[in-house]
Write a protein that binds this ligand. Structure first.
Ligand code: ATP
Length: 236
């Protein structure tokens, strides 16, 4: 069976001057799937996302929807949305204003709002509130919803559960999975996380990252949290 690949990453390395944060990583994200990268603080996850998004210096090749990227390709206009660590919402603006920023610079007229509010009903009740007044979980949902406003084919999520209580974190993760399952187009998600447990619950495929390299890759359903953490993360 031929898999329809959304993103093909080949020998990606990411550099900060002389420091190499990602060392020749290769993987593919099929359409309709969640690909998770887990690894400890400093493993290189954020740098890998920056390389893909073109906001850090990188070498290697990136093919998105069968087209090769150059360093100058506008990722956002190509259909990639990036939700950086720490959410980066505009606290002084309302929820509604934050959401409308998500479609700036996008030519095609889409009406994602209804679908997104359906998925994150809490946001609907907060539309005119200052985003900075929302709880951490709500802010995370807002950041994801804003990224989804452009109707991306690929969503890059950097530790979406950071700073959230386990309950809120689970809620955010469940909504991420629903986002993909209910999208009316073939999108994919690349999710970075420090903890295996949450990522494993919603991922289809997973890689464990350590010191800039993948040390394990496989189907998320083929492995247990205990197995992975004991073997590769040294967490237990
Ligand atoms: P975290 O969970 O903290 O985000 P991470 O897995 O995302 O960790 P990176 O942030 O990608 O890891 O960091 C990988 C390596 O690159 C680390 O050694 C880090 O110190 C280094 N690094 C990250 N950002 C920069 C930067 N702007 N300049 C120089 N070195 C950096």
């Amino acid at each position: 069976e031929k898999v329809d690949q959304l993103l093909e990453v080949s020998n990606l390395s990411v550099f900060y001057g002389k420091l190499q944060a990602v060392n020749s990583v290769s993987f593919q994200i099929p359409k309709g799937k969640v690909f998770a990268i887990v690894g400890a603080n400093g493993a290189g996850k954020t740098s890998l996302l920056r390389g893909i998004y073109g906001t850090a210096q990188y070498t290697g090749s990136l093919t998105f929807n069968k087209a090769a990227f150059t360093a100058k390709t506008n990722r956002f206009k190509s259909g990639i949305a990036h939700v950086p660590q720490g959410r980066a919402i505009f606290g002084d603006l309302t929820v509604k204003e934050n959401l409308s920023i998500g479609v700036l610079g996008i030519k095609k007229k889409t009406n994602e709002l209804e679908y997104l509010l359906n998925l994150f009903p809490i946001l609907e009740t907060r539309m005119n509130k200052q985003a900075g007044m929302l709880s951490g979980g709500e802010q995370q949902m807002l950041a994801i919803a804003r990224a989804m406003m452009s109707r991306p084919s690929l969503l890059l999520l950097d530790e979406p559960g950071m700073g959230l209580s386990p309950k809120l974190r689970m809620e955010v993760y469940e909504s991420i999975r629903r986002l993909l399952d209910q999208a009316d187009h073939d999108m994919g998600i690349l999710l970075c996380d420090q903890e295996i447990g949450y990522a494993l619950r919603i991922a289809d495929q997973m890689s464990v990252m350590q010191k800039g390299q993948f040390i394990w890759s496989g189907e998320a359903g083929s492995v247990s949290v205990d197995e992975l953490s004991t073997k590769y993360m040294g967490l237990k």
